[in-house]
Design a protein around this ligand. Structure first.
Ligand code: T3D
Length: 263
């Protein structure tokens, strides 16, 4: 389904599963993988038949961030990292956060550097017990990127965010869940089944309402209460005119399960 084998894309009903696929490099990002992932996510955003996305990694890792093979200073060159951030990582994070449908991330192993930031930009993060989240940047002399400093500070607070980012100490999945960095830690053996079941459930949900829910919670990070009340009024008006709301209420009154169409 894609022109590049650096990611795998599979469709099952309303669910699009995207798998980062450079397992011998722990799914580290090179430009080809960036372009392929962006194309798949843009398709997911634009295609109304896609109602949820599941992002995961092939092999034993989720993603080790930037491919450092292309960053060898011994070549005598120093890359403009701001260029990569502007060209690839920032648009990627904006795509994930702006996607008008839920994104589940199944962290199947290590998530390091920008790989951790990308996981944290997804809406619901599940991690296998063997997964670790590593703010690897400080080991290289870099600062967090791909939205990592924003997500970390908001999810776990300044003390833990600074501790993690300054030391690059790994956080295991269970600690990550206990700290509120992610939604749940699960046994490795059941991670993918549970992630698929959750993503499928969301794909059969009221897509417009779920998209507005995601946007509202994201906006709350920077809005004051007054602005958020206005936003909620706008969003509820929009949701209230949807077919899915009509179906939700009808199903409740008829004492049956709703069948949402995503509109
Ligand atoms: O444009 C820009 O450059 C700016 C953007 C920056 C964003 C960033 O993400 S900077 C941070 C980059 N990532 C890292 O610093 C993580 C580097 N990797 C590691 O520290 C370790 O590999 C891990 C802690 C993630 C996992 O360790 P371990 O022991 O489980 O695996 P390993 O043996 O180190 O790695 C397995 C293979 O993957 C290995 O290849 P080999 O020796 O079997 O041929 C290793 O070189 C490769 N690999 C892992 N991470 C990367 C990588 N290859 C290229 N780039 C990587 N980031």
């Amino acid at each position: 389904m894609t022109a590049s084998d650096t990611i795998l894309v599979a469709r099952d009903g309303g669910l699009m599963q995207i798998t980062l696929n450079r397992p011998d490099k722990l799914n580290a990002f090179n430009p080809e993988m960036h372009r392929a992932l962006r194309a798949a996510l843009e398709q997911a955003a634009q295609d109304d038949s896609v109602r949820a996305v599941l992002l995961t990694g092939a092999g034993r890792g989720f993603c080790a961030g930037q491919d450092l093979g292309g960053r060898d200073p011994r070549s005598g060159e120093r890359a403009d990292l701001g260029e990569t951030i502007g060209t690839f990582y920032n648009p990627l994070i904006r795509l994930l956060r702006g996607m008008p449908k839920p994104i589940v991330c199944a962290v199947n192993g290590v998530a390091a550097g920008a790989g951790a930031s990308i996981a944290l930009a997804c809406d619901i993060v599940l991690a296998g017990h063997s997964a670790r989240f590593i703010q690897a940047f400080s080991k290289l002399g870099l600062a967090p990127d791909a939205g990592g400093s924003w997500s970390l500070a908001r999810l776990v607070g300044e003390a833990r965010a600074k501790g993690l980012a300054l030391t690059a100490e790994p956080v295991d999945a269970q600690t990550a869940a206990a700290w509120g960095l992610i939604w749940k830690a699960l046994p490795d053996e059941t991670l993918m089944d549970e992630a698929i079941a959750l993503a499928q459930r969301l794909a059969e949900g009221p897509t417009l309402g779920l998209g507005l829910t995601k946007q509202a919670i994201q906006a709350a990070a920077t809005n004051d209460m007054d602005a958020q009340l206005d936003l909620e009024q706008r969003f509820q008006r929009q949701a209230g005119y949807s077919d899915d709301y009509a179906e939700g209420v009808t199903a409740f009154l008829e004492k049956r399960k709703p069948v949402f169409k995503g509109r």
